[in-house]
Ligand binder design. Structure first.
Ligand code: PMP
Length: 360
């Protein structure tokens, strides 16, 4: 078997133990004689998978009882529209804090649906830092405040949770959910595409405070209403059963690692290893202000961009895959989600030092 260290931003690496378990259960799940992919979502075997998956997530994040967990489709991108459609009337004002390109996309979608006010925008810093809290222009009558705790492309992460009470806080946590402990009670709505820290693409996780479930506009179709999904146990229609099952395996794997405190400390250590290597060198650079650096997505550039292609080619040959930066920014990006082991980061740093030694 040959596995590489996969630094993709998403779909991203999954824990090998999870893939192996899925392989072992692939054609005969728990003596059913069927694959999970072949199980009826209404039958007892899948209902058990779904319930266990939700419970494991609740245990990991210590989700309070007055929050509902939804397993949806449509990606985080659909949540850019579902959040305003469900939480804000057409004439309502909503606040957005923008710290990078995903926040901008969320704004563009919300603008079609309600009155968006930009409470803060990191554009002046070139999106190299989280907009400082004291500069936010928020409104007490906003239906919610939306922000992006981790900007996957720019590598900018909030290391604190904004206090917006009584305005509900809405977070696109696609690229840093489950990367450390989280106080879910601070949020009104959390959403995340699965394909980074949760499981395969095709599943979208939503965690919503139950008093926000029934606020949707009257004309919002059923499939776009949180309340409908909550009442149906995320089975209003056929859910993405295999991705849901895989997410459950990932949650159990996280528990077996020691939970989010342990995983969070490992993530801190991985990020410190890579940023340390970048900072100690004149050949590599990361533009993000130290206090806003992402632990999950580390963009970096080479002093000589003409060497980018050989860097990527040689990294690939050394078993370090998907280091190419996002097409909008170029350079490199190493994504260090939960499934990336410290050994992968150590291998990357060793490769970077050797590349610098031979080229600089
Ligand atoms: N928000 C963030 C922070 C993301 O990183 C991504 C995907 N990279 C998205 C939203 C869009 O997610 P999806 O492709 O699941 O719609």
């Amino acid at each position: 078997m040959s596995r590489v260290y996969n630094f993709s931003a998403g779909p991203a690496a999954l824990p090998l133990a999870v893939l192996e378990r899925a392989r072992d259960e692939l054609t005969d799940y728990a003596g059913s004689g069927m694959s999970v992919m072949e199980l009826s979502h209404r039958g007892p075997a899948f209902r058990d998978i779904a319930a266990r998956s939700e419970q494991s997530l609740r245990d990991l994040l210590r989700i309070p009882d007055h929050y509902r967990v939804l397993f949806l489709q449509g990606g985080a991108t659909l949540q850019f529209a579902m959040a305003p459609l469900n939480l804000a009337a057409a004439d309502a004002r909503v606040d957005y804090v923008v710290s990078g390109s995903w926040g901008r996309k969320a704004v563009a979608e919300a603008k079609r649906l309600c009155r968006v006010r930009i409470a803060a925008d990191g554009v002046d810093s070139g999106y190299t830092q989280v907009p400082p809290r004291d500069g936010w222009d928020t409104s007490a009558d906003a239906a919610y405040l939306h922000y992006t705790p981790n900007e996957t492309i720019g590598g900018v992460e909030f290391h604190w949770v904004p206090d917006t009470a009584p305005v509900p806080l809405v977070a696109d946590m696609s690229s840093n959910i489950l990367s450390r402990p989280l106080d879910v009670g601070r949020f009104g709505l959390i959403y995340a595409g699965a394909q980074k820290n949760i499981g395969p693409a095709g599943l979208t996780l939503v965690i919503i405070r139950d008093d926000l479930l029934a606020c949707a506009r009257a004309d919002v179709p059923g499939m776009l209403r949180y309340e409908v999904h909550a009442e149906a146990g995320s089975m209003s229609n056929t859910p993405p059963t295999f991705a849901w099952y895989m997410a459950g395996l990932v949650f159990e794997w996280l528990r077996d690692q020691g939970g989010l405190e342990t995983v969070g400390a490992q993530n801190d250590h991985k990020a410190a290893t890579l940023y340390g290597a970048i900072d100690e060198s004149d050949f590599y650079a990361n533009p993000v202000e130290t206090g806003s650096r992402s632990r999950m997505n580390v963009p970096f550039t080479l002093a000589e961009p003409s060497l980018d292609d050989s860097f990527l080619r040689e990294a690939e040959a050394a078993g370090l895959a998907n280091l190419k930066g996002h097409r909008s920014v170029g350079g490199m990006r190493a994504s260090l989600y939960n499934a990336m082991p410290q050994a992968g980061v150590d291998a990357l740093v060793e490769f970077m030092r050797e590349f610098e030694r031979t080229r600089a």
